[in-house]
Design a binder for this molecule. Structure first.
Ligand SMILES: [Zn+2]
Length: 200
């Protein structure tokens, strides 16, 4: 069956390993089909679910659209992240979904640049700005390392015509960018507020 491997970010003919039909009641509309596939490219498992639905042509009950349960392809964007940065991340995700991996890296670098700006840090270049985020205590050593690596990778993506990014690299770049913002805006801010309450 032609199925999307969210790990490889492509549709491919995957081998069926097993199937399971579940019935929540005697009514056929309550049954669902679970299938386990093996991706022929990365060999990872893919678990899908199909629930019963009336098809559009002859209104017969049949198994409907395939929903991928595993691996989870959804990128979780914390609503607490400022809108401008979320918009930038959404665009990075769009690039990734369209298999534009160089564009993904460039968009992630842009997001980090926007993050510095919104945190009120503007130095003569991005390297200095990221350093300032660390000295100002906005990011810790670990996040500094990630942000700096994203900057370097983004530079390569923007200026080196020879460079190519794999789906795995691109996915990691995106995940690290999301993690930096998620950590800063949800956990760090929350922890700072918590500490402030404790000191009162
Ligand atoms: Zn795969």
């Amino acid at each position: 069956m032609l199925i999307e491997c969210t790990n490889c970010n492509i549709h491919l003919e995957a081998e069926t390993i097993g199937e399971f039909l579940s019935a929540y009641s005697d009514d056929p509309i309550d049954s669902a089909k679970y299938s386990l596939f093996k991706c022929p490219k990365c060999f990872n498992p893919i678990l899908t679910e199909q629930t019963m639905d009336f098809d559009n042509v002859d209104y017969q009950l049949a198994f409907g659209n395939i929903k991928i349960l595993y691996p989870n392809s959804e990128f979780h964007l914390n609503p607490i992240i400022p809108e401008k940065l979320r918009d930038s991340l959404k665009e990075s995700i769009k690039c990734f979904r369209a298999n534009s991996y160089t564009a993904t890296a460039i968009m992630c670098r842009r997001t980090i640049e926007g993050f510095c700006f919104l945190k009120g840090v503007k130095d003569k270049n991005l390297a200095k700005s990221i350093e300032k985020l660390k000295t100002n205590g906005i990011i810790n050593e670990q996040l500094y390392e990630w942000a700096n690596e994203l900057r370097l990778v983004g530079n390569e993506a923007a200026h080196n015509i020879e460079i190519e990014f794999s789906v795995v690299d691109s996915r990691d770049i995106l995940d690290f960018t999301i993690a930096i913002l998620d950590f800063t805006y949800s956990f760090k801010d929350k922890f700072d507020r918590f500490k402030e309450r404790q000191s009162k």
